[in-house]
Design a protein around this ligand. Structure first.
Ligand SMILES: [Zn+2]
Length: 267
């Protein structure tokens, strides 16, 4: 499950990649699964990739999977789990489980201040590389842009984190979406999604897979029962990850016709 594909996948997105020695086997154990991306600032404009790989006396590295320098160079530091997220919560993550489910991107940046306007002290090269890293991972995994979050969105309450500073995460997500453009349809239905397409998903599961989805309500709301039925479908279908999320592969296997306007964002 570790993203050993990440260096190639970044190069495909025109990222200037440096592979830090030993990155493929570096980590604090293995990923459970990769559900998204978490963006950070290091706290210093001069923080090096080596400092992220090796860590510090009180916290052993790796401290994230990727390091983005101010000139846009991206160093792949680790493919295994890194200590970047810590305690926190977010709807599609288990509580305090960010490290085992998200790829961390540490950007060499002071963060300026918690109230600084978007992109103050973020050079074009660095910001653009960050957008391309996020897009590359989303493209590879078929994840929607909502799966890129900032450390403060996960750990603001629990740890008082405010990184990435001077980054408006909604603007960043829009920029990632623009980068993904028309290449990826970003097909995704998951817990919290609502609308026509969810109803169509429920109809297909209910009628085609009566043995385990027979009593599913067709209400257009992707709740626990719908997720359970999706998981069962994935378990019975070779080649699909059992994640309870309807991405491009699962949608295709269900022959679910995607109407972009019917897509809904997760909570
Ligand atoms: Zn952070």
């Amino acid at each position: 499950m570790n993203p050993v594909w990440i260096a190639d996948c970044l190069r495909m997105e025109d990222v200037d990649v440096v592979e830090y020695p030993g990155w493929r086997t570096r980590g604090h154990g293995d990923f459970a699964d990769v559900r998204g991306v978490m963006v950070h600032h290091t706290g210093s404009d001069r923080a090096t990739a080596a400092s992220i790989a090796e860590g510090r006396p009180d916290l052993r590295g790796p401290l994230s999977q990727l390091h983005v320098a101010r000139d846009g160079t991206v160093t792949v530091v680790a493919a295994g789990v890194a200590w970047h997220a810590g305690a926190g919560r977010y709807p599609w993550l288990p509580t305090n489980g960010g490290n085992r489910h998200t790829i961390g991107i540490e950007c060499a940046n002071s963060g300026t201040s918690p109230t600084a306007p978007h992109r103050e002290n973020w050079p074009d090269a660095q910001y653009s590389a960050l957008i391309r890293c996020c897009a590359a991972i989303h493209r590879r995994l078929g994840l929607p842009v909502t799966r890129t979050i900032g450390h403060r969105e996960y750990a603001g309450r629990s740890q008082g984190k405010w990184d990435p500073g001077a980054i408006d995460m909604n603007v960043l997500r829009e920029d990632v979406g623009r980068r993904l453009g028309d290449v990826s349809p970003a097909v995704l239905l998951e817990r919290g999604s609502t609308g026509q397409l969810v109803a169509e998903l429920q109809r297909r599961l209910k009628h085609a897979y009566r043995s385990y989805a027979g009593d599913l309500a067709i209400d257009g709301v992707f709740g626990p029962a719908t997720e359970a039925a999706v998981r069962e479908f994935q378990r019975r279908t070779p080649g699909l990850d059992v994640d309870g999320v309807v991405g491009p592969l699962t949608a295709a296997a269900l022959r679910l016709t995607v109407v972009p306007s019917a897509q809904a964002s997760p909570q």
